[in-house]
Design a protein around this ligand. Sequence first.
Ligand code: UDP
Ligand code: MG
Length: 307
Amino acid sequence: MSKLTVIIPSFNEEDNIKNTASVIGSTLSEAGIDYNLLFVSDGSTDNTFSIVEELNSSDKRVEGIQFSRNFGKEAAIFAGLEYATGDCVAVIDCDLQHPPKTLVEMYSLWEQGYEVIEGIKSKRGKESIIHKMFVGIFYGIMSSLMKIDMNSTSDFKLMDRKVVNALLELPERNTFFRALSFWAGFKSTSVTFDVEERKAGKSKWSFAGLVRYAISNTTSFTTAPLKFVLGMGFILMLFSLILGVETLVNYFLGIAADGFTTVILLILIVGGCIMISLGIIGHYIARIYEEVKGRPRYIVSKVTENK
Ligand code: UDP
Ligand code: MG
């Protein structure tokens, strides 16, 4: 019989683990799905991992990995993919914002032969207006750069073993799971789900965190910002060409070119563009540096005992 491994990235989720494990477990058991739950504690400093160990001692279907420090959700997902033993693998949030009953739907699509089943958000859960606005702006920019609708896609998906192995073969350290499953191809479909409210605890996203997330994922997935630099260069060149022609015409018409203000303005514009461009290029160089160092994505400090 085939088995489903459910990866649950968890960072300081002590109030959620027990409930999440029992809700997902009972939903899958009722549907007659053989499963195991793999909690990846992303360097939690609370009791997250000890609760997982406690659950593991009475039910071996609950397993866990503890990172040596917080490496981020992306690293937690990839550690999960590496440790997963199932014939198909799903990723779900620990706070039950992704409804477990959707897993059953995803599983039956997998049985029908689909290899990637994407969870698509039909509506976002309750969030403050400011949060919605920021998320909207970031996802808008990221979506247009990556050509993937970021607002409705999520990390909630189910994949066949083949897809998991393909993703694990990627050599890069900086990954973007949400977009990589699209990139990988395979026979895909999607299911929509309503984002529930967080069951317990707080969301770990801060504004600065969102900015970092947007920049790092955009640059790890696409080189579109570099094209933007090139485009800006062209526009400036065109601009200076027009200005040059205008100055020449004025010169021959006998109108003295007066333009101290224009000079200052131009220096400011050009200087600004050069700095932005250097910043973007520098960021990519930094990414190359990180990749070349080849450090591991995460460090595991503890693993629960298995049968
Ligand atoms: N998470 C993680 N590492 C982190 C931050 C978050 O593993 O550094 C996990 C977290 O425990 C949760 C999931 O990622 O299971 C989604 O996080 P959260 O609910 O804070 O984000 P939101 O739902 O607000 O986007
Ligand atoms: Mg959440």
